[in-house]
Design a protein around this ligand. Sequence first.
Ligand SMILES: Cc1ncc(COP(=O)(O)O)c(C=O)c1O
Length: 366
Amino acid sequence: MKIDFANLQYQYQLYKNEIDSAIHAVLNKSNYILGEECDLLERELETFTEAKHAIVCSSGTDALLLAMMALDIQPGDEVITTPFTFIATAETIALMKATPVFVDIQADTYNIDPSKIEAAITPKTKAIIPVSLYGQPADMDEIKALADKHELKVIIDGAQSFGATYQGKSDSALGDISCTSFFPAKPLGCYGDGGAVFTSDDGLAEKMRMLRVHGQGQRYHHKYIGIGGRLDTLQAAVLLAKIKHYKKEIQLRQRVAQSYNHKLSNSVELTLPEIKTDRTSVWAQYTLRTPYRNALQEKLQKVGIPTAVHYPKPLHLQECFEYLNYKEGDFQIAETAAQEVISLPMNPFLMESEADFIAGNLSGAK
Ligand SMILES: Cc1ncc(COP(=O)(O)O)c(C=O)c1O
């Protein structure tokens, strides 16, 4: 059996007619940059998330940059985030010449532990960036309460969680600004790079629209120093075709996760993912943990089951952040997670027989 991790080809074949005709419509109009499909997509995203403003942009990384630029993060400011995330979360803080300040994660959800945030707040702290890791929102009530108390901004890195909910609300509609990514392998992916920012603040929305196009309000009149952060119209067309199926795909992802949970529930060597009862995950990844991770990964690879490790090295131990002077042992929960986590094939179209095959090979991980 040959199992595909994200199965993007199957998905394309399934929606081929709609996607091809959406792409051809753009080719026939040749409106390649921020064409009307981008506007249409923004309105669809607003309806989907109930966020007041959705602004599409060139990637999830640029979405984070736009958010921090809009909130006026300055050199020397401190921004609190998790060390157990993709590099972009903290890389963009550093690109702003601000200082990433890491706080350890919870062992069960892998998200930032709000009970450890307050100790990291200093007079220089300007914002907190929780990441909705693997598709599950962080503890937003606790994080927002701390942000209110200390007058900090909250930027949600929802690159992995578009469509996830927290107490019934989309995590794109929480936080001062929420960011997402449409990287192809994300739960809602386009066919290249893409992203979006969301906010309920009219002023921030207007500013991010300008920042996205070199800070210009009017052509060749630049109010801010911005970036070239536009989304291609072709990517918007792909997303418009795919978003119509996305609610159904989220349900299918949730069904695959339940099926894994059920099939693996008796395994003593594996710790299965935990989703808190007041939120939903869109299962960007189905990630479990085992002390025998490396042996398990090798064993699965031999029988054709692809796996991935998100992430093998926490950010405070990355070479690029040596200047921050963190050391091994500073964030032990993140460090242990980095040694133990393994993500299984996850996509809406994973078949029951594939899940059976994977689960069968997971027993006896040692
Ligand atoms: C948590 C997180 N933040 C940010 C990003 C960056 O998104 P992009 O790859 O679209 O720039 C990603 C995507 O890999 C991510 O997983």
